[in-house]
Design a protein around this ligand. Structure first.
Ligand code: FES
Length: 566
């Protein structure tokens, strides 16, 4: 019997060449933590702790860990919390995306190296949920995910506010001179007033729903508000449930399949979910050798209605989605489009879960026959500007801009954008297309959420609310506008975006799924002769990213961490 097939603390002993001594030594040291011999004989459940003073979205991690521990202890196990990298969206320079793969590698490595029979992963903020799923997928340690849950919206002077669609809405109004500095300061204290992740269908909420769609948590767990007592009961339930994995493991490789990934894509589209989720789901699937084809995404998008009416595209907040029935209600509405053979961490198939109709409040989760939109929220575009694809969240865009041909104004990178966007002398008109290049995954900027280029102040003050904006970076899942993202290949990888110049004409056609740079190929070739790739970072994580990171259509994972295809 190898170490890996043993139970509890007898697993994964250090390589001293004497496994019995290694196990003896381990128990000796663990006894220094005050455990009895009887406790050290129990099955071990690792609990991934991503609590951090730098992560407001994970403020409740300590009480969630306690609740999971209760469940594990009551079912006869030994809970062992351990820290991993914690990523919070507003806390990280240059951007949390730059570190998602670091968190995934940390999670994968610690799940695999430490002695545990199964794991519970506590995550929540945008990049932690996919990072944990990527790590679980690669380690294949039986794992259940507990998300911290969304914050509650705060009633404020006749409306409700929650991060971060409302943050952007008010900031745009402030930039346009419609909100005073005093009022924007007052609102700052109202936008995120409880614990939890952003309260709209942004990336964190979308990824929580995708985790549930993939089967990594029991039905209904993804949307329980962070501060609700049910959130703690759910964590306790997971602590009990995960103990079943000791005798009957359900591994990530059983959860992440071609069928479950397609179900998750349907869910993403029906949610009107975050564009970031496309990158993350591609990376998660890639860890099991499953490729997401953007042409197939378009087919799914054309046959999947948007059913969920939440901000940033609609009206509700995550607490409304939860009380409207959450994921069980959404899956019930989508049942005819889904693969029913997929299992979740309870061992049930989706077909078994969908035998009975779920409660649904139609204000926030529409009937399949009466959707918010008859087609899905996302559409992939291809053309001479993006040969390997780009993404548009059409559910958050302005339909009158779907068919646009116009001249473009190009910003060479985030610094150039910041320096010039508010210049009163900027040569820009409301009908122009704004382009930001050199902000993709290969760049020092790290693919930030800068794709939501601000409307130039002089146009914003004139009442312009939306323009076509194109970039090789991402946008927040809480943002909105006619914004083309993830242009692939990115400018820094030699993509055509890097050759675009101000004054060039661009044609966007949502109808034809196309995005084209209308410049003569000979002229582009001339420009290519004077193009040079970005500087190579000298060392460290930036160097690893530079050498290893893949493009958006491959999930921006590190090449060395992907699975070989089947
Ligand atoms: Fe963490 Fe929005 S900042 S979910």
């Amino acid at each position: 019997m190898t170490d890996q097939n043993k139970r509890g603390l007898a697993r994964n002993t250090p390589g001293y060449g004497d496994p019995e001594f290694a196990a003896y030594l381990r128990r000796t040291f663990y006894k220094s933590m005050g455990y009895s011999g009887a406790m050290l004989d129990k099955p071990v459940i690792g609990i991934v702790d991503t609590g951090s003073a730098f992560n407001n979205c994970h403020r409740t991690a300590p009480e969630l860990i306690k609740a999971v521990e209760r469940g594990v202890l009551s079912a006869g196990g030994l809970p062992m919390p351990f820290p991993t990298v914690s990523l919070c969206e507003p806390s990280l320079f240059p951007t949390s995306m730059h570190f998602r793969n670091l968190a995934a590698l940390d999670t994968e490595t610690m799940l695999a190296a430490q002695p545990m029979d199964a794991a519970v992963m506590i995550g929540g903020c945008d990049k932690t949920v996919p990072a944990q799923l990527m790590g679980a997928a690669s380690s294949d340690v039986p794992s259940i995910q507990v998300v911290t849950g969304p914050m509650l919206a705060t009633p404020f002077q006749g409306e409700r506010l929650a991060a971060c669609t409302d943050c952007r809405r008010y900031w745009a109004a402030y930039r346009a001179g419609k909100v005073t500095a005093e009022r924007i300061g007052e609102i700052e204290g109202r936008l995120a007033s409880t614990a939890g992740t952003c309260g709209v269908m942004g990336t964190a909420s979308t990824m929580a729903c995708i985790s549930e769609a993939l089967g990594f948590m029991p039905a209904g767990h993804s949307s329980i508000p962070a501060v609700h007592a049910d959130r703690l009961r759910a964590a306790e339930e997971v602590g009990t449930l995960v103990m079943r994995f000791v005798e009957n493991p359900i591994r990530p490789s059983q959860l992440i399949t071609e069928h479950s990934v397609e179900n998750a894509l349907r869910v993403l589209l029906a949610l009107g979910g975050s564009t970031n989720a496309m990158i993350h789901l591609t990376a998660i699937a890639g860890r099991r050798g499953i490729k997401i084809d953007l042409h197939r995404v378009n087919e799914l998008s054309d046959t999947t209605p948007v059913l969920v009416d939440l901000k940033p595209t609609g009206e509700g907040y995550m607490e409304d989605f939860h009380s409207a029935g959450g994921m069980p209600a959404l899956l019930w509405e989508l049942r005819d489009l889904l693969h029913h053979d997929c299992i979740d961490v309870t061992g049930q198939t989706l077909g078994e879960r969908l035998r009975e109709p779920a409660f649904v409040d139609r204000r926030y989760i529409r009937a399949f026959a009466e959707p918010v939109s008859p087609v899905g929220g996302l559409v992939a575009l291809f053309g001479t500007l993006a040969p390997r694809g780009a993404l548009l969240k059409r559910s958050a865009a302005t339909p009158t801009l779907f068919e646009t041909e116009a001249r473009c104004l190009v910003f060479d990178g985030p610094a150039d954008l910041a320096a010039r966007i508010d210049d009163p002398a900027l040569d820009v008109e409301a009908t122009d297309i704004l382009i930001l290049k050199n902000a993709g995954p290969l760049t020092p900027a790290g693919m930030p959420e800068a794709g939501y280029l601000p409307i130039p102040t002089k146009l914003g003050r004139a009442g312009v609310k939306d323009m076509v904006r194109i970039s090789d970076c991402r946008m927040s899942g809480t943002a909105f506008g006619t914004i083309v993202l993830h242009v692939t290949p990115e400018a820094a990888a030699g993509g055509p975006l890097g050759l675009a110049e101000s004054g060039d004409r661009i044609r966007l056609s949502v109808e034809h799924r196309s995005i084209d740079l209308l410049v003569d190929p000979a002229e582009l070739e001339r420009r290519r002769q004077s193009w040079s790739p970005p500087t190579v970072p000298a060392r460290g994580w930036d160097r690893i990213i530079h050498d290893q990171v893949l493009q958006a259509d491959e999930g921006c994972d590190l090449r060395v961490l992907r699975a070989e295809g089947p």
